[in-house]
Design a protein. Structure first.
Length: 723
């Protein structure tokens, strides 16, 4: 046996040596997918079946392409030149340069970035006198890119794929946008694949050239391909049909960006006689973790099927934990306490991860880890208070609390767009300097004196009136009501609702989480001070840190200990999947749960809370259906909100439960006072004055104040007025 084949298990070796004809390698999580792909590449070269430039190897990221190039070089004992190895876009750009003239371009064409694409589309829409407020350009751009991902050229869009954008004019603008690109001798990223697919379909010489050029095709992460990528691969594979696609249908989690799980599910129909090889020996996780993941994903119907088993000899491990907590605040305390205990016992923080379904969930964990002094990093995103929409909303609050804050004022005066351009800002700055005033005061004076005419004057007068109203809301109803009024009445929420980009729903969720965060503070000033201290916290990039990220961002990563919080209906699976009905969206959510569990090497800890704060109010939560789909024999259930009927695993389990003392986070700190305040008690609040308790829930009181009306407050902020 060749040295490079030694150490492969039988399934891996079969995947490497089955070089001829179509092959689908179903590579489960942690089964050595990258090793198989690189060893197969080296095997083709070392067995002299092809030269390096006759193998087309496609990856999804530049990082994956770089790692594969380095691994092949190690196997070959030196760098390999002339490789066709890279991402879909990089390889298509290389092809298109060669055949540019046949696509109506010159070989020196430009590839526009996202900003330039949007600027060009705006020019097209402006020429048609389209109202950007009613029909946002980024929404049209998202639609155009969806058409390109599906392989639709202008004039080829089926009736069922149309759009009602601008009263049905989206296809017209698509055609005009493409025409402007040609005039500029430019393409966007979507064109790279779209134009090459069009050339391969319509130009026999181009297709024949690549059939002769490539004897073998290797594809990584095949489950993540969209339709235009699928068409490109199918066209190229019609020659020798020596195509090997490596992927995992159970990890197809990117439908929201165009990925089609059907591409991998119908591989055998697309390539009759294809060999399907399953890699099921997992070298990452323990037996309980693999059993939990396999049992969960088996509930999906749309899959080819495989069952992971441990490939290591030391894979017994401890049960998967399912912890039931009273509320989301306790969830954050518990995770913080467990991480702190692991850290003190010598566990590396680099090997701990918190994986959330949605970005808004990180806020509570960030604040808890900061309180405990545990270093952390947000992977694939910004810390909560650094996100664009959060900084925008806080800028509004800063102006509300302190009108002299010029930096905050400049950020929001034209956000959403109000027609306050550079000339208007320049006039404000000049007036402010002339009278030694902050910008807000200068605006108020100029509006009163008629310094701004027409629509701009009316717009700024309306903004001043809005801030006056919001300050009244702040004084009468408190900071939460004020923030809700700001976000709705300023048009900021509407702006993101109109945005059709994939991250817009997440931004709206983050804004809801900001309202929840604000509800924990009695005054706006205390909250803004807290935010300032959080954002200034010591967070250098050196040293070990806990990783925090979304489940989507965790794919391909692994950690010794993984916390999976928020497993509740409406959070995970998320509400959109539940609202859509049917199995497709729900099955993708289940695949996401499978990805989360299989990130863990030694410990997987799943958490759910019985109560979550929705805006300023608390709402009961139902445990995720995914928890009930886990096999009881490999679970250890615990927690302060554990149902009375929940019992330890049956005696037959291989993982017996042991009695233990309650964890510190399980000791609920409510009620906050030595004695509760009963309904009917007269109380005094420093801000709202005298009132009477009309309802009580744990440490939260509903009080009817004589001057301020009904408010919900924490009991520690009121004084009893007995007698």
């Amino acid at each position: 046996m060749a040295a490079y084949l030694q150490g492969l298990n039988p399934a891996q070796r079969e995947a490497v040596e089955s070089t001829e004809g179509p092959v689908l390698v179903l590579a489960g999580a942690g089964t050595g997918k990258t090793r198989v792909l690189t060893t197969r590449f080296a095997h083709i070269l070392l067995s002299r079946r092809a030269f390096p430039n006759q193998i087309l190897t496609v990856t999804f990221t530049n990082k994956a392409a770089r790692e594969m190039r380095e691994r092949v070089a190690r196997l070959m004992d030196g760098p390999v030149e002339g490789l066709w190895l890279g991402t879909f876009h990089a390889l298509c750009a290389r092809m298109l340069r060669r055949w540019a003239e046949r696509a109506g371009l010159t070989s020196g064409f430009s590839i526009l970035d996202t900003d330039d694409q949007l600027r060009l589309l705006k020019q097209v829409m402006e020429a048609a006198r389209i109202d950007f407020k009613r029909w946002p350009p980024n929404a049209l751009m998202a639609q155009i890119q969806r058409w390109k991902d599906k392989g639709f050229m202008p004039g080829e869009i089926p009736a069922g794929e149309g759009s009602d954008f601008a009263n049905g004019r989206a296809e017209e603008f698509y055609a005009a946008y493409q025409a402007r690109l040609r005039q500029l001798n430019a393409v966007d990223f979507g064109d790279l694949l779209l134009m090459m697919v069009h050339l391969l379909k319509t130009d026999a010489e181009v297709l024949t050239y690549y059939h002769r050029a490539f004897r073998y095709i290797l594809v990584d992460e095949y489950q993540d391909t969209n339709l235009v990528q699928y068409y490109w691969l199918r066209l190229l594979a019609q020659g020798h049909k020596n195509i090997c696609c490596v992927g995992d249908d159970d990890q197809s989690i990117y439908s929201w960006r165009g990925a089609e799980i059907e591409n991998i599910l119908k591989f055998e129909r697309d390539f009759p006689g294809a060999r399907v090889i399953r890699l099921e020996a997992n070298y990452r996780s323990t037996t309980p973790i693999l059993a939990a993941a396999s049992h969960l994903i088996a509930h999906n119907e749309g899959r080819l099927g495989k069952t992971l088993h441990a490939g290591r000899g030391d894979a017994e491990g401890e049960p998967v934990e399912v912890i039931s907590l009273w509320d989301s605040e306790e969830e954050a305390r518990m995770v913080g306490a467990r991480i702190e205990a692991l850290w003190r016992s010598g566990h590396s923080l680099n090997e701990i991860a918190i994986l959330v379904r949605a970005g808004f969930q990180t806020r509570a964990f960030e604040e808890r880890l900061l309180t405990l002094g545990v270093p952390y990093r947000i992977v694939g995103g910004l810390r909560f208070y650094e996100r664009q929409e959060i900084r925008d909303a806080i800028a509004y609050l800063r102006v509300l609390a302190q009108p002299m804050d010029d930096l905050a004022f400049e950020r929001i005066v034209n956000l959403p767009k109000r027609g306050v351009g550079e000339s208007a800002l320049r006039a404000l700055h000049e007036a402010a300097r002339a009278h030694d005033q902050p910008l807000y005061a200068a605006m108020a004076r100029l509006v009163a004196e008629g310094g701004f005419k027409g629509r701009l004057g009316a717009t700024l007068a309306r903004l001043l009136a809005q801030f006056g109203h919001w300050r009244e809301v702040l004084a009468a109803q408190g900071p939460v009501a004020a923030l809700e009024a700001v976000l709705e009445e300023s048009g900021y929420i509407a702006m993101w609702k109109a945005d059709k980009s994939p991250d817009a729903p997440g931004r709206l969720e983050n804004l809801k989480e900001l309202v929840r965060a604000l509800a924990e503070f009695e005054t706006l000033e205390l909250f803004l001070e807290h935010v300032a201290l959080v954002t200034e916290a010591d967070q250098q990039d050196d040293g070990a840190r806990v990783s925090m990220m979304t489940l989507h961002g965790a794919k391909g990563l692994e950690f010794d200990t993984v916390f999976l919080p928020g497993w509740e209906e409406g959070v995970f699976p998320n509400q959109r999947a539940l609202d859509e009905g049917g199995n497709k969206s729900l099955e993708e959510e289940r695949r996401l749960a499978y990805v989360g569990i299989t990130r863990a090497r030694q410990r997987a800890i799943i958490l759910h809370a019985a109560n979550r704060r929705i805006y300023a109010n608390w709402q009961s939560s139902i445990p995720s259906r995914f928890i009930e789909e886990l096999p009881e024999a490999v679970l250890r259930r615990s927690g302060s909100a554990r149902p009375a009927e929940a019992r330890p695993a049956p005696a037959m389990t291989r993982f017996p439960l042991q009695a233990r003392r309650p964890e510190p986070w399980e000791v609920r700190p409510r009620p906050a006072r030595a004695e509760s305040i009963p309904v009917g008690t007269r109380v005094f609040h420093q801000k709202f004055g005298y009132g009477r308790v009309i309802a009580a829930e744990d440490d939260r009181l509903d009080v009817d104040f004589e001057a301020a009306g009904e408010k919900r407050v924490l009991d520690r902020f009121v004084e009893r007025q007995d007698g």
